[in-house]
Design a protein around this ligand. Structure first.
Ligand code: URP
Ligand code: ZN
Ligand code: ZN
Length: 553
């Protein structure tokens, strides 16, 4: 577990700035840190977080740990479509100016980014923090999951609200409570698990009053979250009228149940049975079905955690025909293969159980290629962590292993290593797939996903010549395992700035529960542009109803 070292100086003070000012800043910072450290709230739930310390005051007091005025000097500023050497000046959490050689006064903290990339903080479109699932609750909540995210260069995530007994309002309230301890900005998607007039009305409230612009439909998890095709059709129509994005977990849940029974009948009860019971064909079928229904209704569709060539090819085919389908791979699908599930050690094998399953080698490379071609547009994590005790609920029956893997802290480094370092994409494309495209799809660009005047100051400083290494002993998740254990690579997020404050520097985290903001996301993103025209063309093409002359009787 990484330790907090926030009393160490984190910024290089420019030589020409006065020595007196320098010492004043350091003394103030030292005193603030001392006061905060003396009042640390003990975090009792986990040993993993014992080393992670955070300020126990309200934001205004501990905010003095970081200046509200910040200059990031001399880095290569990278946006999704452009990069240039420039300074970035930040005041009160907002980017004020991006241009070369910005001059500032003594009251501004300066971070030297020479030789490094200055990029928008990552936005993870797919997480589950504090989620109750499969008889247990994820080990990472909104604080530990977000602390881990910040340590890995992600400054915003969008989590899935699960309704309470089908009620969206109760689900929203429950998640609002869970998210009170947030230390970075977040938004919500909402799952739909049942259908009636009340749910349809609640969808309107979520979009028009609560800042939610996306709904997720599970075509898997029979008996819990899974919905029928009939419900999906009704809800897709509702999404279209509200300008909300429909998202699907695409696996055929009925066939998965059949596959699971088959494995149990064959005496296959271990984690390998998980992958064998839900092969790629079931993901391909459900992806195709959801795409065709969305096409039939002319509504944009977002396919979450695309794990197989089968699903990816359905998306590519639909896009070629002009349909608006977004494909989201997750880090585990891009960099892992299913061989781990056959490991003889249950604890190791079980940590790789997620749905849809991590696929055979070959799917990973095909998904990477699809990402570099733009068939898949943005990378999520599906961060949904259970520790080895929780995973052991399924020691005798793979169907009881809680589904989910980590990734919120590792995503930025692994995507860099796999996609940029390997030469598959450019640095600007890296920004696109880790941040900007997510902001565009969920309609919060350029507030998020950009380094532009007026954007939120969620920024990372990335050193391409440094290196990273992933281990459960040093990560910030509460989980005792990590599916990327031992991975090393080039490139390192050296500084994370969230809301204009330095929250991660070197290996020191300075995070405050309650400092994260809920980001409302308005409906009718760019994906809805032109929808009406397509509808009009369709109506014209019908050449119907035919007005027939009724024969006289
Ligand atoms: O295994 C997974 N993916 N767990 C999280 C729930 C989901 O399906 O996204
Ligand atoms: Zn899912
Ligand atoms: Zn998920």
């Amino acid at each position: 577990m990484a330790k907090l070292h926030s009393s160490l100086p984190w910024q290089k003070i420019e030589e020409e700035r006065s020595i007196v000012s320098h010492y004043r800043v350091q003394v103030n910072r030292f005193l603030s840190v001392l006061v905060c450290l003396l009042t640390i709230i003990p975090f009792s739930r986990s040993n993993q977080l014992d080393g992670l310390q955070f300020c126990a005051f309200g934001e205004s007091e501990c905010g003095s740990l970081s200046s509200t005025k910040l200059l990031i000097k001399g880095g290569t500023v990278v946006n999704a479509h452009h990069q240039e050497v420039a300074d970035v000046y930040v005041e009160d959490g907002i980017i004020v100016s991006v241009q070369p050689n910005i001059k500032v006064g003594d009251d501004v903290s300066v971070v030297d980014a020479t030789g490094k990339y200055v990029m928008p903080g990552g936005i993870d479109p797919h997480t589950h923090l504090g989620m109750e699932f499969m008889g247990t609750e994820t080990i990472d909540d909104f604080f530990s999951g977000q602390a881990a995210a910040l340590a890995g260069g992600t400054t915003m995530h969008i989590d899935f609200v699960i309704p309470v007994n089908g009620s969206l309002t109760a689900g929203f309230e429950a998640y609002t409570k869970k998210a009170k301890k947030s230390c970075m900005d977040y938004g919500f998607h909402m799952a739909i698990t049942k259908w009636d007039e009340g749910v349809a009305r609640e969808m309107e409230i979520m979009v028009q009053e609560k800042g939610i612009n996306s709904f997720k439909f599970f075509l898997a998890y029979k008996g819990s979250l899974m919905i029928s095709d009939e419900l999906l059709l009704q809800a897709l129509k509702k999404c279209k009228s509200l300008g909300a994005l429909a998202m699907v977990h695409a696996e055929n849940g009925d066939a998965v149940a059949e596959g699971q029974n088959r494995m149990i009948d064959l005496g296959i009860t271990g984690p390998e049975g998980h992958a064998l019971s839900r092969p790629p064909v079931l993901e391909g079928e459900a992806t195709s079905r959801a795409i065709r229904m969305a096409g039939f209704l002319n509504v944009p569709l977002y396919v979450v955690h695309v794990m197989s060539i089968d699903a990816m090819e359905e998306i590519a085919k639909a896009q070629k025909s002009g349909q608006k389908v977004v494909g989201e791979p997750v880090v585990s699908g891009l960099v892992l293969d299913d061989s781990w599930l056959w490991n003889r050690d249950f604890t190791i094998a079980a940590k790789y159980v997620m749905s849809p399953p991590i696929r055979k080698s070959g799917h990973d490379k095909a998904l990477q290629a699809a990402l570099s071609r733009g068939v898949l547009q943005l990378v999520g994590t599906d961060h949904c962590t259970f520790n080895s005790t929780q995973k052991a609920f399924g020691i005798d029956d793979f169907r009881k292993i809680p589904n989910g893997v980590n990734g919120i802290e590792e995503r930025m480094h692994l995507v860099w290593e796999t996609m940029v370092e390997s030469g598959q994409i450019s640095v600007t494309d890296y920004v696109l797939i880790t941040s900007t495209e997510c902001a565009r799809i969920f309609n919060i660009y350029p507030r998020k996903g950009a380094i532009l005047p007026g954007s939120d100051a969620d920024i990372i400083i990335f050193n391409p010549n440094s290196s990273f290494e992933i281990t459960a002993s040093s990560h910030h998740s509460r989980s005792d395992t990590n599916v990327y254990e031992g991975r090393k690579g080039k490139g390192k997020v050296e500084v994370t700035i969230a809301g204009g404050k330095v929250v991660w520097e070197g290996s020191a985290l300075n995070v405050q529960p309650g400092s994260g903001k809920y980001i409302e996301m308005p409906p009718f993103s760019y994906l809805f542009d032109g929808i009406e025209r397509v509808d009009a063309t369709y109506l014209l093409s019908l050449n119907a109803p035919v007005h027939r002359i009724k024969a006289a009787t």
